[in-house]
Write a protein that binds this ligand. Structure first.
Ligand code: PLP
Length: 532
């Protein structure tokens, strides 16, 4: 809207004005849909530099509103073909970035308003909406009262989980150093498991934690790759014995590789009597706790200091949106607050207890994220969001059942929420890696991988707003098809290497297996790549 107004105000010439209003030049919805459906693979088959080679080295010197149409054509012809389509119903990689109409509308409204609510005074409604909406979401997730404004804690909306970790480590650090002296920063130790997201390591490094004081506690098959309270306690005691100072634990509810859930209550119990800040990273799986049946994942949080989850992952709030709740907002403000900024001070606000969100985050400026989250909660309702999450979990269970029904595959770790980890059994990590590459090369499904306990697994994370049963079934067929082709290729190689064995016998025997054979591409079985 702002661009159009600008163009109307100062058109370069009549042609430019005509170009701006010509529907033929717009990226019209029908064309967009046609191209999206017919042309774009989920993950583009492009090589590095593909776009920069097609664009000029420098920005245009002169403004040229007439070029908006040409620019939009570039979006269609150059940029969209190189985008990984996270909103494709066939996107099963990583964890989804869910989208909704109201989420997008909230983003659009925020972009149009373009406000900067760094203090209450800088935009009272934006700040107060954030206070309200973080309490709403916290209540919907059944967080303990002490993490909500209504219970003395409070929430904020940041961009990412990494920011949530960084802000809370810094709060914990400053609180601890105020007690033991700033010169002991080198003694502070932080704890997590080997399944914790790498962004925690980044946050710890930025917060000044020595590399050697980052404890990544190993997990195992026995504990389902969750952090063992006993192992945590042993590590903490060893550090204390060596004169170091345990500072912060990052527990995860829904780890990135397998969506494992650390036993938060037991971890807190193991740390009882020690002043260790406990943060719960529930970036993905926090959303599921909106459903009573998954609430177990986020229980016994009374003793935790902070929790974060990303509504942009699984709660229909378009990118970006990370909700962080803290039990002691004053600790955040003490570490991140600034009060010598006379210009920002509002005399009315200073006399009252208002939230200045600039003091809860790294930067001064911030986005109006509350609007989209409020719209999502208001329009979908908590029950609507439960239905959304449950739909994905049901589809993931169906996918899991299909994997288990094919004897060539295994599900090495239990399905957690809507994430299914699976692999071809009795074969190598390399073969499974080839399978993932082959599946993704079809352009009809996009999955990712995890390596846990030394085992390579494919990850099918169902969570896209547009994904339906048929997409899940199709994805599984693609996996089976590619697996068949790869296994047959492998048999050929094995047979060639084994002079005592007739290759065609082996292949023929394999072809008798209906599960392996049913989806074999027509033609020569060396044909691995399935055309889109
Ligand atoms: N924590 C977990 C468990 C995640 O899965 C992810 C990303 O997927 C992150 C943290 C990092 O999230 P962000 O990109 O919001 O920093």
């Amino acid at each position: 809207m702002a661009i159009l107004k600008h163009a109307d105000a100062a058109p370069a010439n009549d042609t430019a004005a005509a170009a701006m209003s010509s529907p033929r030049l717009a990226l019209d919805a029908e064309e967009f849909r046609r191209q999206g459906r017919l042309v774009y693979p989920v993950r583009p088959a492009v090589t590095p530099g593909f776009l920069s080679r097609q664009l000029p080295d420098t920005a245009p010197e002169e403004p040229d509103v007439a070029d908006l149409a040409a620019a939009l054509r570039d979006v269609r012809d150059l940029i969209l073909p190189g985008v990984t389509h996270w909103q494709s119903p066939r996107h099963f990689a990583h964890f989804s970035a869910t989208a909704s109409n109201v989420g997008a509308l909230g983003e659009a409204l925020a972009a149009g308003l373009n406000i900067n609510p760094f203090t209450w005074a800088a935009s009272p409604a934006a700040t107060e909406l954030e206070v309200v909406v973080t309490d709403w979401l916290g209540k919907a997730l059944h967080l303990p009262e002490n993490l909500l404004f209504s219970g003395g804690g409070g929430g904020t909306l940041l961009g990412t989980s990494c920011e949530a970790m960084l802000c809370t480590i810094v709060a914990a650090r400053d609180r601890k150093l105020a007690e033991i002296g700033e010169d002991r920063i080198g003694d502070l130790v932080v704890y997590c498991s080997d399944q914790t997201h790498f962004s925690f390591q980044k946050a710890a490094r930025i917060a000044g934690i020595r590399k050697g004081n980052y404890r990544e506690i190993p997990t195992s098959w026995e504990t389902g790759f969750t952090l063992s309270p006993q192992a945590l306690l042993a590590a903490v005691r060893a550090d204390e014995a060596a004169g170091r100072v345990p500072l912060y634990l990052c527990a995860t509810v829904g780890t990135t590789p397998t969506a494992a859930v650390d036993p938060v209550g037991e971890l807190c119990a193991a740390l009882t009597g020690r002043d260790v800040w406990v943060h719960v990273d529930a970036a993905y799986a926090g959303a599921a706790c909106i459903c009573p049946e998954f609430r177990n994942a986020l229980i016994n949080l009374e003793a935790v200091d902070s929790v974060s989850t990303n509504p942009h992952k699984w709660l229909l709030a378009n990118m970006d949106c990370c909700a962080l709740w803290v039990r002691r907002p004053d600790a955040l403000v003490a570490a991140l607050g600034t009060d010598h900024d006379v210009i920002l001070k509002d005399p009315t606000a200073s006399e009252m207890a208002v939230v200045d969100y600039k003091d809860w985050q790294v930067a001064l400026s911030r986005r109006f994220r509350a609007l989209k989250l409020w719209l999502v909660l208001r329009c979908h309702g908590v029950e609507g969001l439960r239905g959304f999450v449950r739909g994905h979990v049901r589809m993931a269970a169906a996918f899991e059942a299909m994997v288990r029904a094919d004897p060539r595959f295994e599900v090495p770790v239990p399905r957690s929420f809507a994430l299914v980890c699976f692999r071809l059994q009795h074969t190598t990590n390399e073969v499974n890696k080839s399978l993932l590459e082959a599946v993704n090369a079809t352009g009809r499904a996009y999955m990712s991988c995890a390596v846990v306990g030394g085992v390579y697994m494919l990850r099918c994370a169902i969570g896209n707003s547009l994904t339906e049963d048929r997409h899940v079934h199709e994805a599984w067929k693609i996996v089976q098809q590619q697996a068949t082709a790869i296994l047959l290729l492998q048999l050929d190689d094995d047979a060639e290497a084994n002079t005592h064995c007739c290759a065609t016998d082996v292949v023929d025997a394999k072809l008798q297996d209906p599960a392996a054979n049913s989806l074999l591409p027509l033609g020569h079985h060396h044909e691995v790549v399935v055309p889109i």
